[in-house]
Design a protein around this ligand. Structure first.
Ligand code: SF4
Length: 295
């Protein structure tokens, strides 16, 4: 089937954007320095020309105007100026009148660089959801992984987006600090999430696409990887400390050993009971084996 867009690979999108039109506004990630992340290590960050993006929107619309969701790629299209984002979003709305949701990955610094009014304009134009890799709420760990964010910058940015009416899907990285930072990572991540109150929360498990030694070289501290049960113990501390009003929670990414799905705080006790039974009798636990996790 003919499709008019030629993507600059690799292209990443959240699982929930599987049926969205993916438009690359930028290539790579403008930060590209997090110790655990290899997503865009093969790409040099680049802002694509607006005329090329608008041409692509028109080409897709010439085939079908029946697009309901659009995801703005790559790593942080939100780094673009508000004026440019608004022009592109307006073109999307014109080309696809049935569009209901425009979304993108974002870094807290991208959000913080915009005023409340600018965020409101983006939200009203159709930017309805931002996906943010918070990774951790622990300042010491955020420094060790070179995230370029702090507890405060993360909470401030994400609260600002929510205030503007933009929904948030945030991710915490289980095991990120290894044994030395596990408890503080879990506790401070929960503190940050409680202040943000995201609509969607998920946890992924730290993995080592280029091997553990490669990660250790980039981690600016003493990293000792957690065992499977220690990862689950860290999840227990994290969930115990969460106080959420109404967040959809998922730990069902391919990297997770223990799948948990539900709503927080509604299902908090159910999750903790599940975790406790795994910790008490790991031999009877339903954990995903390595081969099933594809790692
Ligand atoms: S900001 Fe996100 S995409 Fe960029 S390097 Fe860090 S984790 Fe990867």
């Amino acid at each position: 089937m003919y499709f008019p867009l030629e993507y600059d690979e690799p292209v990443f999108r959240p699982p929930s954007e599987a049926y969205s039109l993916i438009l690359q506004l930028t290539l790579g990630c403008s930060w590209n320095r997090c110790a655990f992340c290899e997503m865009y290590s093969s790409k040099k960050f680049k802002v694509r020309k607006e005329e090329d993006i608008i041409k692509e929107i028109k080409e897709v619309a010439s085939i079908s105007t029946d697009i309901k969701k659009v995801f703005l790629a790559d790593g942080n299209a939100m780094v673009l100026s508000t004026a440019k984002l608004l022009r592109i979003i307006n073109e999307i709305n014109k080309a696809f009148p049935r569009v209901t949701r425009i979304s993108a990955y974002a870094l807290p610094k991208d959000i913080n660089s915009k005023t409340d009014d600018e965020l409101k304009q983006l939200s009203e134009a159709g930017l309805k959801l931002l996906y943010v890799g918070v990774e951790s709420g622990d300042d010491e760990l955020l420094k060790l992984i070179n995230k370029g964010e702090t507890f405060n910058s993360t909470v401030d940015g994400l609260q600002k987006a929510r205030k503007a009416g933009i929904k948030l899907s945030v991710m915490i990285l289980n095991g990120l600090g290894g044994k030395n930072y596990s408890a503080q990572h879990a506790e401070n991540s929960a503190k940050a999430i409680n202040l943000i109150q995201p609509e969607f929360l998920s946890t992924l498990v730290l993995s080592f696409p280029y091997g553990e030694d490669h990660f250790k070289k980039r981690f600016k501290g003493d990293f000792k990887a957690l065992s499977t049960l220690e990862l689950i113990e860290e999840m227990k501390i994290f969930i115990e400390n969460l106080e959420l009003e109404n967040s959809v929670f998922r730990s069902d990414h391919a990297s997770n050993y223990l799948v948990l799905k539900g709503n927080l705080n509604r299902d908090k006790q159910k999750f903790l009971d599940n975790i406790n039974s795994v910790l008490q009798s790991p031999e009877n636990a339903l954990l995903r084996p390595e081969w099933a996790r594809g790692l």
